[in-house]
Design a protein around this ligand. Structure first.
Ligand code: FE2
Length: 287
């Protein structure tokens, strides 16, 4: 096509990409081109505004390396990561709701006994998190693997802070024969996602902030089930209704200040007192 015009450019570009070998890639590309072009038309985008957008992407690339991915942060801050996760969960109606994995997951953390206390030398209040892991037919998932990670009272994750022990406040446990899991930990803190890069620019441009409410990350894996990614939020956190990355889900927000009753004090007799309790069950979707 030689005579490209305002009216034919979108169709021309879509046609140019119509030879995709993979049908799904072809479908996604055609939709992306159509929507991008529609966006430019509808926003009446000027060359200077487009240049500014490219500048944000260039700065995102500049701060992306093996440790940090600013594009994931942009996706999170625009709610796209949350939307992709919610869309994925649409088909898992009988399973617990999932949420974002976030950037601080570390695979192969030390295997701890179910019921362990991760608190170590961390300050702050202690909380015992416990519950049951089941499949969507309500069968307890004996031996399900539970990976836990969270930030320290300083607000930083171990991966962000060389002064913390390598595996501070993270570990891997396995549910017992009835699918029950438990661990004690120091209460996590609200924290800001990085605001010194393109993500920060975006947030400031939109009159928002970078805070996330306190949460404990949990990933559950069990044979025959879909990998289940979750976060347990402090219901009373000041940022619970304004998570910078739109990760909070109603059923995953629980109070962190519940006192244990006699039953919990007996069940968690090995945990140093005082501690609060939070109970969350996880129902996994089939693989
Ligand atoms: Fe987090």
């Amino acid at each position: 096509m030689r005579d490209i015009t305002f009216d034919n450019i979108t169709e021309t570009v879509i046609q140019a990409y119509s030879g995709a070998q993979d049908a799904r890639s072809g479908e996604i590309l055609a939709l992306l081109i159509q929507r991008l072009h529609d966006f430019v038309r509808e926003a009446n985008l000027t060359p200077l505004e487009w240049e500014a957008a490219m500048g944000i992407l260039a700065r995102a690339a500049a701060s992306t390396d093996g440790e940090r991915n600013e594009f994931i942060l942009l996706s999170d801050l625009l709610g796209v990561s949350a939307l992709v996760d919610l869309l994925d969960g649409q088909q898992d109606q009988k399973a617990s709701i999932t949420t974002l994995m976030g950037p601080f997951y570390v695979p192969e953390t030390p295997v701890l006994e179910n019921g362990s206390d991760l608190t170590g030398d961390n300050d702050g209040e202690r909380i015992v998190v416990y519950g049951q892991i089941r499949d969507s037919a309500d069968k307890p998932l004996s031996g399900a693997q539970i990976e836990v990670w969270q930030n320290a009272p300083s607000g930083l994750y171990a991966v962000q802070d060389p002064s913390q022990p390598e595996h501070n406040l993270r570990g891997t446990l396995h549910a017992d024969e009835n699918g029950n899991y438990a661990f004690a930990t120091a209460k996590p803190m609200s924290y800001k996602v990085p605001e010194d890069g393109a993500g920060g620019e975006l947030v400031r441009a939109g009159g928002r902030h970078c805070w996330r409410p306190a949460h404990i990350h949990i990933m559950v894996t069990a044979e025959g089930c879909k990998r289940h990614i979750s976060q347990i939020f402090d219901l009373n956190d000041p940022y619970i209704d304004e998570d910078a990355v739109f990760g909070v889900r109603g059923p995953l927000a629980v109070p962190y200040d519940q006192q244990p009753g006699e039953e919990e004090l007996a069940r968690f007799a090995n945990i140093q007192r005082p501690f609060n309790i939070a109970s969350v069950d996880f129902v996994l979707a089939p693989a």
